[in-house]
Design a protein around this ligand. Structure first.
Ligand SMILES: Cc1ncc(COP(=O)(O)O)c(C=O)c1O
Length: 377
């Protein structure tokens, strides 16, 4: 949307306003499929769990990566009209529970659906056996995540050295391991991580098959980088590397899954916020706006994200702070935004590429509701 158009929409709906453009989501999904034709795309609902996004991607033919029972039910919403066989097939083939730790109640509730679930430790094998023995298992490996915006490997994934023991343990328990997964960290700009992860996965995959285990899929997780700035490496280059490594390391007949979250939605949303206060503190202009780190800018905290701001009014730029509306000094979005120093209360700011890990983790702290979401089809 052009700046003036955004301003007009913000005047109509009020601010803060989160404008979600579904044509961008569709374009991102199609680009992903075009560049990675062998890969089945499971949208990671956690990146933005807005129901309308799930609907758009469902209609595009996407599969889904869910982390909780509630996220599962958000996808299940679109399966209600299906016949049982079709529904069972969809859940088995198009949904993965990618959270390696699931509580017993969740496992018991999803048992009826024969779900595909990840795991990375022996206790989880016992828990799955006891509460969800219909599940197919995917073992998540710990892989390098050096330089990724959000690192994952300190919390998830088994050491490659322990992996075969965990495959053995699952089969010994009477469960089936369908394949192996990893996540190289979110907003992965160091593509060596993917190359290393695929090499680790391939070694284990072939060793397991040699032992007679019928592994038939790999899941390469998320991490696909978004072009937040000119320095971000291009997805197309990553796709070429991945396609080459798939062909070199794996048989043609296996399934390859991916769980892109950020890639699908980050560039699809723009936030219009409004300056509600202005003060000079230690010589620096502080713009207090009506959205902050407890709300749509929650990615600053949870996602290590560095947002940018653009103004409608022109003026000589200087280094300014942009802070949120709550009565908490932690609510600082940035201390170094390059903005005109002459902005006034009532002026609006624009933040692009704010579709991922933003509204998804927004709270209602201090009584502020967060941004209104509007959809552009
Ligand atoms: C298991 C899993 N899969 C996929 C994703 C999505 O990752 P990204 O947004 O980097 O594509 C995440 C993000 O936290 C995750 O934990």
């Amino acid at each position: 949307m052009k700046k003036q158009e955004l301003l007009a929409v913000a005047k109509k709906h009020g601010t803060p306003l989160f404008v979600l453009d579904h044509s961008v989501i569709r374009a991102n999904y199609r680009a992903f499929k075009r560049h990675l034709p062998r890969v089945q795309c499971y949208y990671a609902v956690k990146a933005n769990s807005n129901q309308e996004i799930i609907r758009t991607l469902f209609r595009e033919g996407s599969s889904f990566d869910v982390a909780s029972y509630n996220e599962f039910m958000q996808v299940y919403e679109y399966l209600r009209g299906m016949r049982k066989r079709e529904k069972d097939w969809y859940i088995w083939d198009q949904i993965i529970f990618s959270n390696t730790i699931k509580d017993r109640q969740t496992l018991a509730r999803i048992r009826q659906y024969r779900p595909l679930v990840t795991y990375d430790n022996a206790d989880e094998v016992r828990k799955i056996k006891a509460h969800c023995d219909s599940a197919g298992l995917v073992l998540r490996l710990k892989v390098p995540d050096t330089g990724s915006q959000v690192e994952m490997s300190s919390k998830f994934g088994c050491e490659p050295g322990d992996a075969m023991g965990l495959v053995d343990a699952a089969f010994a328990a009477g469960l089936t391991v369908e394949g192996l997964s990893f996540h190289v960290g979110s907003q992965c700009t160091n593509f060596d991580n993917y190359a290393a992860a695929l090499a680790i996965t391939a070694e284990l995959f072939h060793a397991a098959r040699k032992k007679g285990y019928p592994l038939n899929l790999i899941d390469i997780g998320g991490g696909f980088p978004v072009p937040y700035d000119a320095q971000s490496p291009r997805f197309e280059r990553l796709a070429r590397l991945l396609n080459r490594e798939f062909a070199r390391l794996f048989p043609d007949d296996i399934e390859i899954l991916a769980e892109p979250g950020r890639f699908m939605v980050a560039t699809a949303a723009t936030l219009v916020s409004e300056i509600i206060g202005k003060a000079r503190r230690d010589g620096k202009v502080f713009y207090h706006i009506n959205d902050g780190v407890y709300h749509t800018f929650s990615g600053v905290v949870y996602d290590h994200w560095v947002p940018t701001f653009a103004a409608f009014r022109r003026g000589p730029a200087e280094v300014c702070a942009v802070v949120g509306p709550t009565c908490d000094s932690f609510d600082k979005i940035t201390l170094s935004a390059n903005l005109p120093g002459n902005l006034q209360i009532g002026d609006c700011l624009i933040t692009e590429n704010i579709g991922a890990y933003s509204t998804a983790s927004s709270t209602r702290f201090n009584g502020f509701e967060g941004a209104k979401i509007i959809h552009k089809r």
